[in-house]
Design a protein around this ligand. Structure first.
Ligand code: NAD
Ligand code: USQ
Length: 382
């Protein structure tokens, strides 16, 4: 299959490109490298050293014998998107290429506007280019579990059966997102759903939970293939941050009470899920929604788990309850349904102490690259 991976220089995108390439698919990466510029803006860098995209692709050719094509440009520039689609003729378009940090979107007005323009305009351009150039191409779009928020009822997969005044309908599940970033994903979902109806686009919206880990089989082969992993207060995410904090002797930064419960998955399962979506495409005109995660945890549970593993490794990792920079419920009901990917064959890698200790070991190896000054949360919701 010809698969174009937008955002293929990023944390999920790079290992996805290698995974598909390794399985014999024809792969192209589209990226504008803006993620690397955000690191400069924030005074941080990936915990692991990462090579330029050209060097990464060259190393992949050297070690696997396989080619990956590269399209360097911005999804918000329509002519670039159309030309890339015309040249590569993708059968599947995996869309990771967005500003994905909730705190970044909450820094100030400029960052909120940038996030929504980047994400919503980029996705609109992808939709128009599919319609105009490759109308049969399957759009596999990374959404987020955070589109749903934390309602006091079970979260269904995209749609909810509603009875109202004696009538029934199946409607999009209500959205109560956590940030301007999460809102951008809701806006994307609406635009995609509309174009499936209006133009017959085939699309799968993968509402992904928080991704942890960093190593995949392909990324380990050579240091030029290493994946990025973030630990700073803006782009770093809960479990990965806690492991890296334990390694550098920083208190584990639980925001508020820590009862915030979220959906999580191992990065190896991100690749599996995207592959399952690609191999089982949506029908023409279908807007399919899958909840992409394997387990749910509260933030405090994860911090306790990391603290315990660190203790077994002879380290002390204290849990600090910081004042919560976000506006969110710290104690709430949370039960999200996630059967559709399992029905397609997903075999989850559940969270293990071994993965946590591997993450801590990786962080110890690259401890010198950690700028402790950027660990504290810096963006406030208020
Ligand atoms: P990332 O920031 O590491 O990678 C995103 C990539 O997209 C970067 O390489 C960046 O340069 C590129 N990009 C951004 N805007 C672009 C544009 N306008 N044109 C071209 N390229 C652009 O992010 P990630 O962690 O790999 O996340 C990938 C996707 O998965 C995002 O859409 C994110 O919302 C979603 N997601 C991520 C997580 C997670 O925990 N990391 C969880 C749920 C959903
Ligand atoms: N949190 C802490 N301490 C920390 C970091 C986070 O307590 O040091 C808490 C947050 O307050 C929040 C929860 O952990 O309640 C998750 O925060 P996060 O930063 O790990 O993840 P989030 O902001 O939700 O965003 C990440 C990705 C985003 C993706 C989302 C999936 O950056 O791209 O969409 O996870 S989900 O959470 O399902 O919406």
């Amino acid at each position: 299959m010809r698969i174009m991976i937008a955002g293929g220089d990023g944390f999920c995108g790079w290992p996805t490109a290698l995974y598909f390439s390794n399985r014999g698919h024809e792969v192209a990466i589209l990226d504008n490298m803006i993620r690397r510029k955000w690191d400069e803006e924030l005074g941080t860098q990936s915990l692991t050293p990462i090579f330029s995209l050209e060097e990464r692709i060259g190393a992949w050719k050297e070690t696997s014998g396989k080619d990956i094509r590269m399209y360097v440009g911005d999804l918000t520039e329509y002519d670039f998107v159309e030309n890339a689609m015309r040249e590569f003729q993708p059968e599947a378009f995996v869309h990771y290429a967005e500003q994905r940090s909730a705190p970044y979107s909450m820094i100030d007005r400029q960052h909120a506007v940038f996030t929504q323009v980047n994400n919503v305009v980029g996705t609109l351009n992808v939709l128009f280019a599919i319609k105009n150039i490759v109308p049969d191409c399957h759009l596999i779009k990374l959404g987020t579990m955070g589109e749903y928020g934390t309602p006091n009822i079970d979260i269904e997969e995209g749609y909810l059966k509603v009875s109202h005044k004696g009538r029934e309908d199946v409607l999009p599940y209500p959205k109560q997102p956590f940030s301007f970033y999460h809102l951008s994903k809701v806006h994307d979902s609406h635009n995609i759903m509309f174009t499936c109806k209006a133009w017959g686009i085939r699309a799968t919206d993968l509402n992904q939970g928080v991704v942890y880990g960093l190593w995949t089989d392909e990324c380990k082969v050579d240091e030029r293939l290493y994946n990025r992993v973030d630990y700073d207060g803006v782009f770093g995410t809960a479990l990965n941050r806690f492991c890296i904090q334990a390694a550098v002797g920083h208190d584990l930064t639980v925001y508020g009470k820590g009862g915030q419960t979220r959906a999580f998955l191992d990065i190896r399962d991100t690749l599996q899920c995207v592959e399952l979506a690609a191999l089982n495409p949506a029908d023409k005109g279908e807007f399919r929604v899958f909840n992409q995660f394997t387990e749910q945890f509260s933030v405090l549970e994860l911090a306790e788990r990391v603290s315990e593993v660190a203790k077994q490794m002879g380290m002390e990792a204290k849990i600090a309850h910081l004042q919560n920079p976000r506006v969110e419920k710290e104690e709430h009901y949370y039960k999200a349904i996630h059967t559709k990917l399992i029905d397609l064959g997903l075999k989850p890698h559940l969270l293990s102490d071994e993965l946590i200790s591997n993450m801590i070991e990786t962080a110890i190896r690259y401890r010198d690259r950690v700028n402790v000054g950027v660990i504290a949360p810096s963006a406030s919701w208020r």
